[in-house]
Ligand binder design. Structure first.
Ligand SMILES: Nc1ncnc2c1ncn2[C@@H]1O[C@H](COP(=O)(O)OP(=O)(O)OP(=O)(O)O)[C@@H](O)[C@H]1O
Length: 567
């Protein structure tokens, strides 16, 4: 997947609209040339150099108006359809590829880039690339057509025009690059602005509870003011570029009029007043593209840069394994000499060896920063650059396709995303399942009481704000059960819950006897810990003790001290 294929997304299945739109713009160019010719005819009739009666002139007038109407009707049908299809296809493609990214690479990236790509950047792309694409074609046709007619009217005057056009061309080339650079800076700053706005909205409760409104306002203002300052600079540059271009074009145009008058008065080269008028008009079509095409190309290039930026982000970290497991996991995870470091110096995991069996329950305990989450992330297949080996049923996890891996695994974390939909829709995530299956998982996860109490149509609120933390966790458990995962990984899912609810949730997980459950826990509750098949004790990334609760307590080692301190 690379930049050209994203650009193709605008035009794919959009060829008829593209073709028709190109024809509309070309016809529009021809229309402009016809009008120049019409000016010549009318002026020469008035000056007595052309013999055409009034009726013939009226026919000409009617014919031109009909042509205008045809162009406008065709544009009404094609242009909005072209834009609609192009934008739909491009945005759909970006989101489709975004959803193909694996969890780890997405988590390591800045989501503001994608928000910006799907909101602000697409507006710029639509205005500066898609719309200008046809405009550039129109100008090119106009340029060559006008030049042809000018040569036809008067060779030497045309050569003088071309000579003088060098001035606006050079100015335009020099200034267009500056504009591209300013546009790039605006887009970059917009990304930071979106990131800041997003953080403020996400962290609203923290800001309020720490009374940090003033500080946050300052951070926001800094980003916002910088963005607006850069936009102002860009707009000013754009006006300077336009003004210089216009001034250069105007002086050339008026100069040519004066020369034209001299040619007519002195009878040079058979120039008529009509031809001078037409010539002056045609000159616009030569000078305008010269001063504007470099700018339009610059803007289009800057927009393609935005397409390239998102395509680079989408391509980053997308490597996926190619192996698939057969029908389900039969054995479990075999971990040998696993070491992992995020920064190349400190080890998050060090020489970790263990076997996780299917159908068994494991508690992972250890102090803060001991490597518990890193271990769960390894089991989720979120790293490719670990040392040693992590195999699921004999297949190295980084060689396993994520699609295959995720079909056996479910991860339950502290934050559970809940849609503003019914409880059942949140459990099924809008997929179809037999009612008996849904009823079974609702009961197993302990959601049946809630459902009976609130009803089937009860909406959970934005981000599940009408459910308690424990209820949200139960939804997550029900989802995993419905997915029929054989392995459930739980990372600190209950740490934000009150004690009785946390114990209920942990118990609900322990009751799922046929699944492999790997539960990271800070809560050292004897009644729960006694039920795990194995407890793994981590310290500084190393697995220092394993065993059942009573064995670890009897050993009076690190676990014993962790347990006694916490109780
Ligand atoms: N994305 C990251 N980049 C750099 N270092 C990281 C990253 N994630 C974790 N670490 C470091 O790796 C070590 C292990 O972290 P990990 O999150 O696995 O510990 P943990 O036992 O889950 O901690 P806690 O109980 O506090 O959540 C820590 O020293 C941590 O600072």
């Amino acid at each position: 997947m690379n930049r050209p294929s994203y650009v193709k997304a605008f035009f794919h299945h959009n060829k008829v609209n593209t073709g028709l739109e190109i024809m509309v713009y070309m016809a529009d160019s021809v229309l402009n040339l016809i009008i120049s010719w019409f000016i010549q005819v009318i002026t020469d009739i008035m000056a007595g150099s052309l013999a055409l009666d009034f009726r013939q002139t009226l026919y000409l007038y009617g014919g031109i108006l009909a042509f205008v109407l045809l162009i406008q009707v065709t544009e009404y049908w094609t242009f909005p359809s072209f834009i609609q299809k192009a934008m739909n296809q491009y945005k759909d493609r970006v989101l489709h590829d975004l959803l193909k990214k694996n969890l780890a690479s997405f988590s390591s990236e800045n989501t503001a880039t994608y928000i910006s790509a799907l909101t602000n950047d697409v507006v710029t792309i639509e205005a500066n690339f898609l719309k200008q694409f046809f405009e550039i074609i129109r100008m090119l046709v106009l340029f060559f057509g006008a030049l042809g007619l000018m040569f036809y009217y008067h060779l030497s005057l045309t050569l003088i025009v071309l000579g003088l056009s060098v001035v606006p061309l050079v100015i335009s080339l020099v200034t267009a690059n500056q504009l591209t650079e300013k546009e790039r800076k605006v887009s970059q700053q917009n990304e930071s602005y979106v990131a800041t706005s997003k953080d403020i909205l996400n962290g609203f409760s923290v800001v309020k509870s720490f009374q940090a409104e003033d500080q946050v306002e300052r951070v926001y203002q800094k980003q916002n003011h910088l963005l607006e300052a850069l936009k102002k600079e860009r707009d000013q540059t754009s006006i300077i570029v336009k003004s210089i271009g216009n001034l250069a074009s105007l002086s050339v145009q008026m100069g040519i009029m004066v020369i034209g008058v001299w040619f007519v008065l002195n009878g040079v080269g058979g120039l008529t007043p009509g031809k001078v008028m037409a010539f002056t008009n045609l000159m616009n079509f030569v000078l305008q593209p010269i001063s504007q095409i470099p700018q339009l190309l610059g803007q289009a290039k800057a927009s393609l840069g935005l397409v390239e930026k998102v395509s680079n982000y989408l391509q980053a970290n997308t490597q996926d394994g190619e192996k698939y497991l057969g029908n389900g996991v039969e054995d479990g995870f075999e971990i040998n000499h696993l070491s992992l470091s995020y920064d190349g110096s400190k080890q998050a995991l060090l020489d970790f060896n263990f076997h996780f069996d299917i159908g068994k329950s494991y508690a992972i305990v250890g102090g803060s920063g001991s490597g518990k989450s890193s271990l769960v992330n390894c089991l989720m297949g979120n790293f490719n650059d670990y040392q040693g080996s992590v195999q699921l049923d004999g297949v190295e996890i980084k060689e396993l396709s994520k699609e295959s891996l995720y079909s056996y695994l479910s991860l339950i974390q502290q934050t559970v995303f809940i849609f503003d939909a019914t409880i059942v829709e949140n459990v099924t995530l809008y997929k179809d399942f037999p009612q008996s299956e849904i009823d079974r998982v609702i009961k197993l996860s302990g959601l049946d009481k809630l459902l009976a109490e609130r009803g089937r149509d009860y909406k959970c609120g934005e981000n599940g704000n009408k459910l308690s933390g424990g209820e949200r966790q139960r939804v997550a458990i029900a989802r995993s059960l419905l997915k029929d995962s054989q392995i459930i990984l739980v990372d600190e899912a209950t740490s934000a819950l009150d004690n009785p609810t946390a114990i209920q949730i942990s118990q609900a997980l322990l009751n799922l006897k046929s699944l492999m459950r790997v539960v990271v826990t800070h809560r050292l509750d004897q009644h729960l810990l006694e039920q795990y098949d194995q407890i793994l004790v981590l310290k500084d990334g190393q697995l220092i003790e394993t065993g059942k609760f009573h064995q670890l307590m009897a050993a009076k080692g690190y676990f014993y001290s962790l347990y006694t301190v916490s109780n």
